[in-house]
Design a protein. Structure first.
Length: 318
């Protein structure tokens, strides 16, 4: 078996030579060995049927790979795809969200449950994106920032156009060569001082359900999530076995497909909880302790079972 890991979408380029012909593709040489070739894009919402995110034209990768198979004289059954996106289909597909494993392997700051908080919200915003900027500006414009701990663009991406708000001094100013070293670098006391995670996921405007380490952190650190993402993500997390605290948080925004209206509803949820006295927030956290602990345990169970299932899948191809 040959395993080709695509950590970032642009790495799809590795499948091709400069002339983009299947005859000269390194994949054709691998296929000629008549062994399974597995493309693992489990860390990115990378659609290999229509690769467009970093190109000016659509490149149907699976059509290209089919041509590689023809030249190598093997069946397309030799091609397997690991993807985190359930609506992406291929004849041999294994669904696995690699961010579950990536965060699981990065966990270094085990947060103890504490019954009191000093702020309502925590929101972490690394790479600047419009929906993240919108949330940060909303917090600041409404004064809710006074009840929150938040970061925005801590690595100074796009310094000419984007400001930087750093919450974690251990989070470097330059891109790290070890991504895992920064996924759980936030000091434990920041999680303990806050109750709600405003989870600004990677995708908001795209109609793709793809929770990442931002969601897993909230469950792992005893937080109640308010999810800023594509419609359906909250329901997806419920389906995975997580308690979304629907008796406390109005997640009806999860059913709104209009991006502007969904954002408005999310902001109204944040506004509602910002008006709740911090003493009452502490009381609610105490009341929810058992459920928060169960979410943490559910994340660990999900990570271990998902990794085991993926490993069994790969072993079956050897």
């Amino acid at each position: 078996m040959h395993l080709i890991k695509l950590r970032f979408t642009w790495q799809v380029e590795r499948l091709f030579t400069s002339d983009h012909t299947p005859l000269h593709s390194p994949v054709t040489k691998l296929l000629a060995e008549n062994k399974p070739v597995v493309f693992d894009s489990s860390l990115e919402p990378c659609d290999l049927h229509r690769y467009t995110r970093h190109r000016n034209y659509p490149l149907p990768v699976f059509q290209f790979l089919s041509e590689c198979c023809d030249i190598a004289g093997v069946s397309t059954d030799n091609i397997h795809w690991i993807t985190p996106i359930e609506k992406f289909k291929w004849k041999n597909t294994h669904y696995f969200n690699g961010t579950i494993e990536e965060y699981y392997n990065s966990r270094v700051n085990d947060v103890e449950f504490t019954p009191t908080v000093s702020r309502h919200f925590l929101t972490l915003n690394n790479f600047p994106k419009p929906h993240r900027k919108q949330i940060v500006e909303f917090l600041e414009d409404t004064g809710i920032a006074n009840t929150a701990l938040y970061s925005y663009n801590p690595k100074h991406f796009q310094p000419e156009t984007e400001r930087s708000i750093k919450l974690d001094t251990a989070f470097g100013d330059t891109p790290s060569t070890n991504i895992l070293s920064e996924l759980d670098s936030l000091p434990a006391h920041i999680w303990q001082e806050t109750m709600f995670s405003i989870v600004t996921e990677s995708l908001f405007h795209e109609d793709i359900i793809f929770p990442t380490e931002k969601s897993w952190k909230a469950f792992d650190k005893y937080h109640v999530p308010i999810v800023v993402s594509a419609p359906g993500v909250v329901q997806h997390l419920r389906n995975l076995g997580f308690d979304m605290f629907d008796d406390f948080v109005d997640h009806s925004y999860d059913n709104i497909h209009d991006n502007s209206l969904r954002m408005e509803k999310i902001m109204s949820v944040i506004e509602h909880w910002a008006e709740v006295d911090i003493a009452d927030v502490c009381a609610i956290k105490c009341h929810l302790e058992h459920r928060l602990r169960k979410n943490k345990q559910r994340y660990i169970e999900l990570a271990e079972s998902s990794i085991k299932e993926r490993d069994c899948f790969l072993s079956s191809l050897c």
